[in-house]
Design a protein around this ligand. Structure first.
Ligand SMILES: Nc1ncnc2c1ncn2[C@@H]1O[C@H](COP(=O)(O)OP(=O)(O)OP(=O)(O)O)[C@@H](O)[C@H]1O
Length: 514
């Protein structure tokens, strides 16, 4: 990656948004926040879950009307409250949100056409022009595909790149500003790195980019400058070179700088608790592995290598077959999540929004869904016990919300994840199955979540964690099973494994199984 940095002339500001405030009901999500971005740089916007990053981006996009604030851009200063999506677009602001807004079943050319507002049916002449147009974008943005390639067949990083290409399609690159809200949250390590390299290249060619992310490693590799939000206000900003992780964490929390431990596990696992022989489920084929009582076994693999399907299958959420599966000596082949839960299992899927959360129910209600037996007082649900349990989890995971009665759906993404994890951990499961447990979660909450997972394991839970974040696997597992082409290709002891060894073992899949 190049080390050249542009926009070092302090007069060369692409835009500056100042005094931005936004209140939801009585909750002050932004309180006079500001962001100034130099032209041709990558500017990372960091902050804890719920610190107001997405709200700030949505105010710039005109999706939310700011209560107050002004935007200086292209030599003019506007009242941010009056900025509409059309104004933002006319000013050259281009946004890519985490869900990318693509249609997976359509081709690249069709997605590009829809982005331009064209109909999906067109004449032969128009179709040729659109194919050529899509080809130009593919070349400019170095997407490894053809205009006719279906979006569903693209690698995740290429999909994100297409969303970026489409957003910038009609914009002058020297004049436009690209704002990316957590573009790598759903990407594996390899794809995230690809995307970051591409982003850096765009900036080196003059594109101004604002990047929201929780992954500090990728930010330190790609960003020029950093702004940190805390509780809707600015906590600090400056060149990335002057901002080590410990300082960013201390700005995010307002506490003294603190170091995160390299490993959260201080105990050794007990005898085998979960024994899996010949598991077939989804893309997972004939997987066999053993896990000890109190052990945390990591699952690593590229997208589609079977590691997350294996966990869904063990929970009865996907239909599966196996020669034998035993949990603490008893047959364990649940045919539904209800049966798995009755046998002491808990599962956090990757697609937590559709699978695990009740967006319209309050935080308290979401937290009590899995502990009904404990808050049932014999006649009715005990409101006070429900609230006590919820307050305890909200406190333990520093869940930031207007109140415990706020609907889960209005919480920031990371705070939603903390609620879902807290809900299962308070059940003290014997078998804990986690897919991407810290996706979208800030670095401080990640520490709390790792601590809780380690505590659950120490208390005797058997834990399986599928994660695309290699650093996460190194921090919270005893051993790491590498999935290749649906099978367990190797099991590495974490204490002696290196990042490169794990990544290479995962990538070997492509050459071996392609
Ligand atoms: N439409 C809304 N109604 C009520 N509260 C909201 C709404 N949108 C956001 N909030 C609240 O504003 C706060 C800031 O949320 P925001 O999504 O901006 O945080 P964030 O910094 O992007 O967090 P994350 O990193 O977890 O995505 C949160 O506490 C959230 O609950």
């Amino acid at each position: 990656m190049t080390t050249e940095r542009r926009g070092t002339d302090p007069r060369e500001f692409a835009f500056s948004a100042r005094g931005v405030s936004k209140t939801f009901g009585h909750f002050r999500a932004l309180v006079g926040a500001h962001l100034t971005v130099r032209r041709g740089t990558v500017h990372a916007l960091l902050g804890g879950n719920g610190s107001g990053k997405s709200t700030f981006i949505k105010c710039l996009a005109g999706v939310y009307g700011a209560d107050a604030g002004e935007l200086s851009i292209k030599g003019e200063t506007l009242d941010l409250a009056a900025v509409s999506p059309d104004t933002a677009h006319a000013l050259g602001l281009r946004f890519v949100h985490q869900d990318l807004g693509l249609f997976p079943q359509l081709s690249i050319a069709e997605n590009v056409a829809l982005g331009l507002g064209y109909p999906t049916r067109w004449t032969a002449v128009r179709e040729k022009a659109l194919q050529q147009h899509a080809q130009r974008l593919i070349d400019t943005f170095e997407i490894d595909a053809r205009p006719t390639t279906r979006v569903a067949d693209l690698r995740p990083s290429q999909r994100a790149m297409l969303a970026i290409a489409r957003a910038l399609d009609d914009a002058e690159s020297s004049d436009s500003i690209l704002l990316l809200d957590e573009p790598t949250a759903a990407l594996g390590e390899h794809d995230a790195q690809d995307l970051m390299h591409a982003i850096r290249r765009r900036a080196d060619e003059g594109q101004t980019i604002v990047l929201v992310s929780h992954r500090f490693n990728e930010i330190s590799a790609v960003a020029d400058d950093v702004t940190v939000f805390r509780d809707g206000r600015n906590a600090g900003s400056g060149p990335i070179a002057d901002m080590p992780l410990s300082q960013v964490v201390s700005l995010m929390t307002g506490d003294e700088a603190r170091e995160m431990p390299a490993s959260y596990l201080v105990h050794s696992p007990g005898p085998i608790s979960l024994a899996v022989d010949g598991l077939d489920v989804g893309t997972c084929r004939d997987a066999s592995f053993d896990v000890g009582t109190g052990e945390v076994l990591g699952f690593a693999g590229l997208d589609g290598s079977g590691h997350s399907d294996a966990l869904a299958g063990l929970f009865g959420a996907l239909s599966s077959r196996a020669r034998a599966v035993t949990l603490e000596g008893a047959d364990f082949r649940p045919r539904s999540p209800e049966q798995a839960m009755a046998q002491g299992a808990a599962f956090i899927p990757q697609d937590r929004h559709s699978d695990a959360a009740f967006a319209n129910l309050s935080i308290t209600q979401n937290l009590s869904v899995t502990i009904l037996d404990r808050i049932w007082n014999g006649f009715a649900l005990s409101g006070s016990r429900e609230h006590e349990a919820a307050a305890d989890t909200i406190d333990r995971f520093s869940i930031r919300a207007a109140s415990a009665e706020a609907p889960l759906g209005v919480l920031s993404g990371g705070n939603q994840q903390k609620v879902i994890l807290g809900r299962w951990l308070q059940r003290s499961p014997r078998l804990l199955l986690l897919v991407e447990p810290t996706q979208g979660v800030d670095v401080v909450a990640r520490h709390d979540i790792y601590t809780s997972i380690a505590a659950a394991a120490r208390a005797g839970a058997t834990v399986l964690v599928a994660s695309s974040d290699v650093d996460e696997l190194l921090a919270i597992t005893h051993r790491i099973a590498i999935f290749r082409g649906g099978r367990v290709a190797a099991v590495l002891p974490t204490a002696s494994a290196t990042r490169d060894e794990i990544t290479n073992a995962m990538l070997a899949e492509e050459s071996v199984d392609a």
